[in-house]
Write a protein that binds this ligand. Structure first.
Ligand code: ADP
Length: 186
């Protein structure tokens, strides 16, 4: 577990399961249909129950790089922010900007709904094939930039699936930290 302060906000990196977080919102790495899938998406719908899928049907989909919101069903989190990361091809098809958009639009939605704490999985680094180190750098840079200008969000937690992903995010944060934040204990 690693934690840094970004202005008044806390940014945490933990190893764990996104569906078990007690933040006000968790973010789902969804696909454009919002009708469920594998990985995080499958886990969120399994743990949250059918109510989330019912709401997603009404929302009617989400373009890549954007975000939509539903209730949390049976999850501890009150809200699920569904975002769609890019499918990684070669890095030359706008993937970085779409991935940044997924994080930025998720946080924007949280801010608009006065959601003060958000947990993210590592978007696009599973079935969508984004190289983890590069995705981590984009994810952290985007979140840090957002938090600096949006004090209404008090906590962003990255929930990494397994020790290798956690280490990769920790290394990426270490490289950004001198310019991006003040290291805190924890
Ligand atoms: P995408 O389709 O955006 O690549 P995936 O759900 O396939 O999304 O994977 C995104 C990342 O989330 C992967 O690194 C995967 O290991 C991780 N992951 C899978 N299940 C969970 C979970 N329950 N909690 C947190 N992370 C998860």
């Amino acid at each position: 577990m690693q934690s840094v302060q970004i202005g008044t906000a806390t940014l945490e990196l933990v190893e764990g399961d996104i569906t078990r977080q007690d933040t006000e919102a968790i973010v789902n790495a969804a696909n454009t249909s919002l009708l469920g899938g594998s990985g995080v998406d499958g886990a969120v719908h399994r743990a949250g129950g059918p109510q989330i899928l019912e709401e997603c049907r009404k929302i009617g989909g989400c373009p890549t790089g954007e975000a939509r919101i539903s209730g949390g069903g049976r999850l501890a989190a009150r809200w699920v922010i569904h975002t769609v990361g890019p499918i990684y091809r070669d890095g030359k098809h706008g993937e970085a900007e779409l991935l940044a958009g997924a994080y930025r639009n998720s946080l924007r939605l949280a801010g608009e709904r006065e959601i003060g704490s958000v947990a993210f999985p590592s978007i696009s680094t599973g079935a969508y094939g984004y190289p983890v180190a590069e995705a981590a750098r984009i994810a952290l840079t985007t979140v840090i930039t957002f938090l600096k200008t949006h004090p209404e969000i008090a906590l962003v937690r990255f929930v990494l699936f397994g020790p290798a992903a956690l280490r990769t995010y920790e290394a990426a944060l270490g490289e950004l930290s001198p310019a991006g934040s003040d290291p805190a204990t924890g």
